[in-house]
Design a protein around this ligand. Sequence first.
Ligand code: GCU
Ligand code: CA
Length: 691
Amino acid sequence: MKLTRLLASAGLLASAVVVLHGTTAAAAPTRYEAETAPATCTGTIDSNHAGFSGSGFCNGNNAVGAAAQFTVSASAAGSATLGVRFANGTTTSRPASVIVNGTTVQTASFEGTGAWTTWVTKTLTVSANAGSNTIRFSPTTANGLPNVDFLDVEVAGNPQPGNAMATVAAMQPGWNLGNSLDSTGSDETSWGNPRITQALVTNVRAQGFKSIRIPVTWGQHQGPGPSYTIEAAYLNRVREVVDWALAADLYVLVNIHHDSWQWVANMPGDRTNVLARFDAIWTQVAATFRTSSAKLLFESINEPQFTGGSGDAQNAALLHELNTSFHRIVRQSGGNNATRLLVLPTLHTSADQPRIDELLSTFTTLNDPNLVATVHFYGFWPFSVNVAGYTTFNAEVQQDLTGSFDRVANAFISRNIPVIIGEYGLLGFDRHTGTVEQGEKLKFFEYLGYYARTKRITTMLWDNGQHFGRTSFQWSDPELFAQIRSSWTTRSGTASTDQIFNLRSSAITGKTVTLNLNGTSFLGVRQGSTDLAAGSDYTIQGSQLTFTASALTRLSGSRNYGVNAMVNVRFSQGVTWRINIITYDPPVVQNTSGSTGSFAIPTTFRGDALATMEARYADGSNAGPHNWTSFKEFDVAFAPSYGSNTITLTSAFFNEVNNGQRVTLTFHFWSGTRVTYFVTESGTSVTGTTS
Ligand code: GCU
Ligand code: CA
């Protein structure tokens, strides 16, 4: 299944033959000796243990951080295969951070090799920039590094056939052409997006994306069984878009998309017909693209799910049947399909361990080196939709991300099975991009890009039209895209908040935010192109950035409610962190009446912004939908409107509120202010009062 190879050490007297999971590339790599500048060694260059190449090796000091660093050049940006040759004559591993261009991208464990004269080469894959790159091995334990002989570097310009890991690495980053050919209506415009143009595809490439996922829903363009013929015009249209993408030098991923819940989900009760129809699609699609470039990949089915079955075991068996049937049909169709990369999802494209284990067993059965695993990632659900009070990118949200990425990396990437996160984003984006607060959103994407990179996972942004303009070719939120794009190559500093609130009704005091340096260092603060003055405008102590009262007073100007100024915190790497300087007073709500279908609380926001809302009955029990939590879902149960000075409670909220029982609402504002309000539903009438 895996491209496991026996790599004999390139050394002269190597006695050990080490099994390495890795891929060798056909072209000769470039060798950088550890003893040759500009390589650096925090220790001495020694030559007392035979078998090294060149004139010596780096014997690093036995200490944390005593690094060996190489400066290597890459002809093009892309995946670089590193071969680091080392000897460790002890029986203890000597792990080291692999730091590429200042960012820790992974940890390498340099195991004992048996003797100081036994040199072995460890293979690692990292992303390199075009031009010069620094690759630093920085030991994380007091034992320091092993002795380091050289670094071989090969940049995958054109991926070698059969090297699935390198190909998928070259697909990073990816973008989804969502809500177009996957629309379930009569044609690709039926979900509100304009017809796809070649200009769109070339502009996607110009944004830096290397791959495009083109989700396709087929069912409404398919004739009846037994042939289930796909309309020729539709198949031609899909081919036209795929060909545009290939011509734009994009890797392309085509799938069966919403068919998954539309009819494939019926497989438990209608196995024969569903399988026949599924097979018919892949038979026709495989024939259509038989000679297409190897840069086209097929994904068996989007977000597989089943209804009416007996549970997990049956679902897993059915998905296995779909995946293996897809695999057999495509492989048997020959041509480039014989070795085309095929992408197989977990059930629900979930990263839960049982789902991963199920898919892994399918990979074991198929035993094919040209397979890719895929899952989707929309973040910790309560954060992703803003429910249950998860308004911030907190430790739990972060752990959900690292846990998911670790699980797929441990299961697949450690076996040289590449992983594509075929969709990522925040679920709240389906309503509007303000469901999650801007700074918290940016922290999520900063971390997602970073962590996927360290795990060598290829990521594809889900975009159903709300991000990249389909005809304007502009980002609706350039700041968000700048953060996402930056995360592909480096970390950025962030902070505990992007909002500093100053009460208008009292004198301005100094305010402190905590910086998340994320491995960067703090450089300063700017307003526009003007530097704030260290000392008089702000002070920095460790990660605590304190703005002085005088700076905040100056920045607040005439202290109108709302954002008076924006400053940008600058770090040694990545994008800046914007902080809004805001003047506010506690918001004021007023008595009103309305109906369960239309209820808007008159609200004077006075510069503040709503984070979340709690709803409880008089006895303290939770009211409204999701009654396992007092904190309701933003934009679903309630929604602020800063333009019309209201907070709306929706019919979805009142549908799950007990008639005649007074509900206490607590509005939580970003300033920290809490405002209490009361609503009572009587039939379809609702009264709202402040006391
Ligand atoms: C021995 C060995 C060195 C090595 C060192 C270490 O001294 O000769 O080459 O670097 O152990 O433990 O790091
Ligand atoms: Ca040493």
